[in-house]
Structure formats: C-alpha cells, structure tokens
Design a binder for this molecule. Structure first.
Ligand SMILES: CC(C)(COP(=O)(O)OP(=O)(O)OC[C@H]1O[C@@H](n2cnc3c(N)ncnc32)[C@H](O)[C@@H]1OP(=O)(O)O)[C@@H](O)C(=O)NCCC(=O)NCCS
Length: 254
C-alpha cells in the first residue's frame, strides 16, 4: 500500500546550529569534542554532492544494510526525510538519517555514523538529539505529535566473532544511554540490498511524557516501517514484506 503524502520541495540547508562542546552525558564524562564541529540539516542537493558523507556511509555500514543513495535523496525530496550532518573544517564527519513515519507518527532513525577517528566524543549522541529536535519540529509543522523514535540494531548473539559481539553490544549500550530501550518482539530488516532480510532488534525512545506501553503497538510500528518506509521509499514488494510480517507474527503474536 502506498500512502499519499504531501509533496514538498527539498529542504534548504540551514545555517550553523551549534558548536559542540564536551560535557557530562547522563552522568558520564565524555572526552573533549573538536571545538570546530558544526551541525547542519542538508538538502538533497547538498547531500548528493557531499563525497565525504557518502564515503562515511559506505564504510560505516555493511552492504546488506546499505540502501541505494537515491532512496535517501528521494526521501528528502518528498519531505519524508531528515538528515543531520556533523562537519569539521567543511568536511562531513558524522551523519544521521531519519524517515518520518506518519501512521503512527514515529521518527525512524535509519542511519547514524561518525568518522572512526572521532568516535566516543559525544558526536553520535549530539547527532541523535539534533535529529530528534528537527524531526519533532517537522511533525509539529504538519500538525502531528510525534510519539518517539525507533531504530534497528544488530542482534549481538548473531555476531560471528567475539569482536563483532562486543561492537554490537557497545552500540546497544550507546543507544540505551541516549534513552532507547530494546523492544522484546522479533523483527526482520527487509532486504534493502534486494536479497537478504536480516533478523534484528528494534529499539524505541518515547517522546517526553510518553511511555513505551502508551505508544504505538509493536505490530502497528512494524507495519509502518515495512509499508511506509521499505515499500514506499525502497520499493520492496508488498508480498515480501507481508511474508516477513506473517513470520514475525507467527513467532510472537503482538
Ligand atoms: C554508534 C556511533 C554512531 C556512536 O558515535 P560516537 O560519536 O562514538 O558516540 P558517542 O561519543 O556519543 O558515544 C560513545 C559510545 O558509542 C558507542 N561506540 C563508539 N564507537 C563504537 C563502535 N566502533 N562500535 C560500536 N559502538 C561504538 C559506545 O557505546 C561508546 O561508548 P564507550 O566509548 O563508553 O564504549 C559510532 O560508533 C558509529 O558510527 N558506528 C558505526 C555505525 C553504526 O553502528 N551506527 C549505529 C547503527 S545505525
């Protein structure tokens, strides 16, 4: 099913938002962040020409989890996407990409990555918060009250090495520190590379004042992820998605 959406033109790149400062994140001391770091919201045109951003994208994610660049650009052009960049000396060193689901209104964090040389300096957490603030603003412009953020993470136990397991665990630790919680129900990421569907966990962070249980049911959330994002934006066939949905519901009725 394709949902009709209001068509909007590319969002203009906004001027500098803030300079990042080091500090205390949820009670933990974070190392000093580069003082010349700035964050901005990129238009599709700006993004398309940002070689450093695509290089980071290509190296940060395995090919089975990387969608074609055009899916990200088209999502932005349609007004369904939010992209935040972290820039240092006019060079992109971090990115956060989200898709705005409408039914329910939940911001789907599709990609988050920081240059390996600059990790563990609070840039990832800042990108995550910038994405949330901008997403919430755009939902509000549409008269919608966003219910929270959702994203996919690897299942540590599926890692094929001790190193892979630890990295996957660290990533979940990171997302828990920014307020996310693992959803207990099973989930599969649809085949974004056209071939492989990957068992994953979903994580969720409710909007302030909302609780996990008061938000969209798991099945409504997965349906939105599958049909609003993976079908409408990635072009994955409805039959493939329905099959995965049945598989999930067969494993755990939610
Ligand atoms: C996850 C990621 C965005 C965090 O960015 P960051 O700028 O390092 O984040 P912060 O400085 O705010 O927080 C640091 C925490 O991130 C996590 N982290 C940092 N580097 C990591 C890595 N290579 N792998 C997994 N998690 C990592 C750790 O939990 C770390 O805390 P620790 O140093 O106490 O272990 C970054 O590690 C990254 O780009 N990873 C590769 C892409 C990815 O896995 N994205 C997430 C799924 S879309």
């Amino acid at each position: 099913m394709r949902y009709t959406r209001q068509s909007t033109t590319s969002q203009p790149a906004l001027p500098l938002l803030m300079r990042c400062s080091c500090g205390l994140l949820f009670g933990r001391h974070m190392p000093e962040t580069a003082s010349d770091l700035v964050f901005d919201f990129a238009s599709a045109k700006t993004l398309a020409a940002d070689d450093a951003l695509w290089q980071l994208y290509d190296t940060a994610f395995p090919s089975t989890e990387r969608e074609p660049r055009n899916v990200i650009l088209e999502t932005l052009r349609r007004g369904d996407g939010v992209v935040v960049r972290a820039r240092q000396n006019s060079n992109t060193v971090g990115l956060a990409v989200a898709h705005m689901l409408r039914r329910p209104p939940v911001l789907f964090v599709v990609y988050l990555a920081v240059d390996p040389e600059l990790r563990s300096r609070h840039i990832g957490a800042t990108l995550f918060e910038k994405l949330w603030e901008e997403g919430r603003r755009r939902y509000s412009d549409e008269g919608l009250k966003v219910e929270g953020m959702v994203w996919e993470v690897d299942i540590p136990e599926r890692a094929t090495s001790e190193h892979g397991f630890k990295q996957s665990r660290r990533r979940i630790d990171f997302f828990e520190r920014v307020g996310g919680r693992l959803l207990p129900a099973p989930y599969f990421q649809p085949p974004v590379d056209g071939i492989t569907s990957v068992p994953m966990h979903l994580m969720f962070r409710p909007a302030p004042g909302r609780s996990l249980s008061g938000v969209a049911t798991h099945s409504a959330l997965v349906r939105a992820l599958y049909f609003e994002k993976y079908h409408a934006a990635n072009g994955i066939g409805e039959a493939v998605l329905q099959h995965l949905l049945n598989k999930i519901q067969g494993q755990d009725v939610v």
